[in-house]
Design a binder for this molecule. Structure first.
Ligand SMILES: [Zn+2]
Length: 284
């Protein structure tokens, strides 16, 4: 599932290529024909990301909300497109003279301008909202460290009020919006916090460290399109860019030696996704 940094990158891609342009909207698959008809022929005004949700504003009263979920993705076609996070977005191969490209697979929504196409397939949510409905959707979301309006104190109040494990609370999008499985595992490791520690035992100083680290890692992810949490000295190859298997401390590294202490990384399901951690390093 794309984590928050990818959704912010997608919102940025729409801002750069679609905002201010008249957009043809259609549903090649047919499932979103009514929604697409409401958007068709309008000028895209603004884009916004909040956690894993993206909002496109076509007028004050007309918003599109998209949540990619586990399987959703955008496929872009057009000139000068940069790459995006794996799976969440693909860039169609340049085929001179063939624009727009034929929709591939079950395309729920196609947004098309003179030079750019964006095809959405497999989203968990794709719906048209009024301003009031959009406000309701936003209120359900927790604090997103990539947004200027984020309030870490509000998220901490929810954490402190809970007996649930911090590893579970971090996955709740109504507490911190944008964290997925990899950021959860990595920020807990970097802060040496036991994922099973109840939320109410997390100190303000620990929360502050987790939040600050997450904000920096997410910002880095927006800029690079990758999640890299390891310090160069902790990688197998300490020079150059972190290769895939060197990018994280514990995520997707079950049974492999911890980069810091050498004991095998553990894995167990928590909040519906596999949790990875080091029982020796993470005792805080
Ligand atoms: Zn360790």
């Amino acid at each position: 599932m794309p984590e928050g940094h990818t959704v912010h990158r997608l919102a940025g891609a729409f801002r750069a290529r679609f905002v201010g342009k008249t957009v043809e909207a259609s549903s090649p698959q047919g499932r979103f024909a009514e929604g697409a008809a409401l958007l068709d022929g309008r000028v895209l005004q603004a884009t916004e990301a909040h956690g894993k949700q993206m909002f496109l504003m076509f007028s004050e009263e007309l918003w599109l909300r998209v949540h990619l979920g586990l399987y959703g993705m955008w496929r872009f076609a057009g000139p000068g497109l940069a790459g995006f996070g794996r799976r969440a977005a693909r860039v169609a191969a340049d085929e001179p003279g063939v624009f727009p490209p034929e929709p591939r697979g079950l395309v729920r929504l196609r947004l098309l301008t003179r030079g750019n196409a964006a095809d959405l397939s497999g989203p968990t949510a794709c719906m048209v909202l009024s301003r009031a409905e959009k406000a309701v959707a936003m209120r359900r979301l927790g604090e997103d460290p990539l947004r200027d309006d984020a309030d870490p104190g509000r998220a901490f109040a929810k954490v402190q009020a809970s007996r649930s494990a911090i590893g579970l609370l971090l996955m709740r999008q109504d507490i911190v919006a944008g964290i997925g499985n990899i950021y959860r595992a990595e920020i807990l490791f970097r802060a040496r916090v036991d994922p099973h520690r109840p939320g109410r035992e997390i100190s303000a100083a620990t929360w502050d460290a987790l939040w600050t680290d997450l904000a920096a890692l997410l910002q880095d992810g927006v800029e690079t399109g990758r999640i890299v949490t390891t310090e160069p000295a902790d990688r197998e190859r300490s020079s150059g860019k972190a290769r895939g298997h060197d990018a994280c401390y514990v995520a997707h590294r079950a049974r492999r030696p911890c980069r810091v202490c050498g004991t095998p990384v553990l894995a167990e399901p928590m909040a519906g996704r596999m949790l990875y951690w080091c029982a020796v390093c993470q005792t805080g």
